[in-house]
Design a protein around this ligand. Structure first.
Ligand SMILES: Cc1cc2nc3c(=O)[nH]c(=O)nc-3n(C[C@H](O)[C@H](O)[C@H](O)COP(=O)(O)OP(=O)(O)OC[C@H]3O[C@@H](n4cnc5c(N)ncnc54)[C@H](O)[C@@H]3O)c2cc1C
Length: 264
């Protein structure tokens, strides 16, 4: 429940409020913060959406995305990799996509976040107001502050794929997965794998990456068997641990297979 509402005029003012106000939260699209999950929690809302960049800029070897851009604009952009467009389109419906922002998705940091697996495999950095940029991988290590933009490298030959598994089209994803590799030599180079839904937050799987790195894609059955050993989900209402482990391995094999079809 929002107990106090602030509308700062600058990011510096917003940062001051964030440090000073009790139970302060940044209000971007509000699709998470104003949801029933917060109805019993007193929050001071600091409205920042008008202060954040909302553009997308393609630089020579990188892409930079304003944190204030909404999911629908991300999905509609011809500048972003197809895998990121698909990740954005995976969210619920157009109404929510028109509200939810990139910065809010990172701030919400949910297990099945739509965008975090992609940002992790892309080795994105988060630009922040008043602080140095921080790699997506280390985002939880210090007070988050205000994200103003996300930037990631896009060298030639790099391929991404994203997929999600959910019980119905507009349901939250049970499992989301992003992969990236540099293709061309008939093997997976600089492979990165990240999944959401198997732990409290989306994460990369370095052991799994290392066991596939620099090799041709193994046969599908072998890949699925091997991948399952790296996943440690819990049993809960959304599914048994065994089901999630298996489903995640199948999704991963689908995505790595789709990379292979593209360039390997
Ligand atoms: C019907 C419905 C369906 C949903 N489906 C999905 C889904 O498929 N996938 C998914 O990932 N999420 C989903 N969500 C959750 C949520 O909407 C998203 O995580 C969304 O991206 C949050 O963005 P927002 O701009 O609305 O954030 P807000 O609700 O405004 O804020 C969310 C959190 O992020 C912090 N924050 C906001 N902006 C910044 C910033 N610039 N820097 C640092 N922290 C910031 C806030 O302090 C707050 O804690 C869904 C929610 C609803 C209501």
């Amino acid at each position: 429940m929002v107990q106090a509402y602030y509308r700062p005029e600058t990011l510096e003012e917003a940062l001051g409020l964030l440090g000073r106000e009790k139970d302060a939260r940044l209000l971007a699209g509000g699709s998470y913060l104003l949801s029933p999950q917060f109805k019993d929690r007193a929050i001071s809302a600091i409205a920042i959406s008008s202060l954040l960049p909302q553009g997308i800029e393609r630089r020579k070897d990188s892409l930079i995305i304003g944190a204030g851009i909404c999911f629908q604009s991300l999905a509609d952009s011809s500048l972003v990799p197809e895998a990121l467009r698909q990740a954005a389109l995976g969210m619920a419906n157009r109404n929510v996509r028109n509200r939810a922002t990139v910065g809010g998705n990172i701030g919400a940091d949910r297990s099945c976040s739509s965008l975090l697996p992609f940002f992790l495999v892309a080795e994105a950095i988060y630009h922040r107001a008043g602080s140095d940029p921080i790699p997506a991988q280390r985002w939880r290590e210090e007070p988050p502050g205000i994200i103003t933009a996300v930037e990631f490298p896009l060298p030639a030959g790099r391929s991404f794929a994203y997929g999600r598994y959910s019980r119905s089209a507009c349901d939250l994803a049970l499992i989301g997965c992003a992969v990236r590799a540099d293709l061309g030599a008939g093997r997976l180079d600089n492979l990165r794998v990240a999944l959401g839904g198997l732990s409290a937050h989306a994460q990369r799987y370095p052991g799994l990456e290392a066991s596939l790195e620099g090799k041709p894609l193994p046969p599908r059955a072998e890949l699925e068997e091997m991948a399952q050993a790296f996943f440690s989900p819990i049993d809960d209402l959304r599914g048994s641990a065994a089901f999630k482990r298996r489903r995640a391995a199948v999704l991963l094999a689908d995505l790595l297979g789709s990379l292979k079809e593209r360039r390997l």
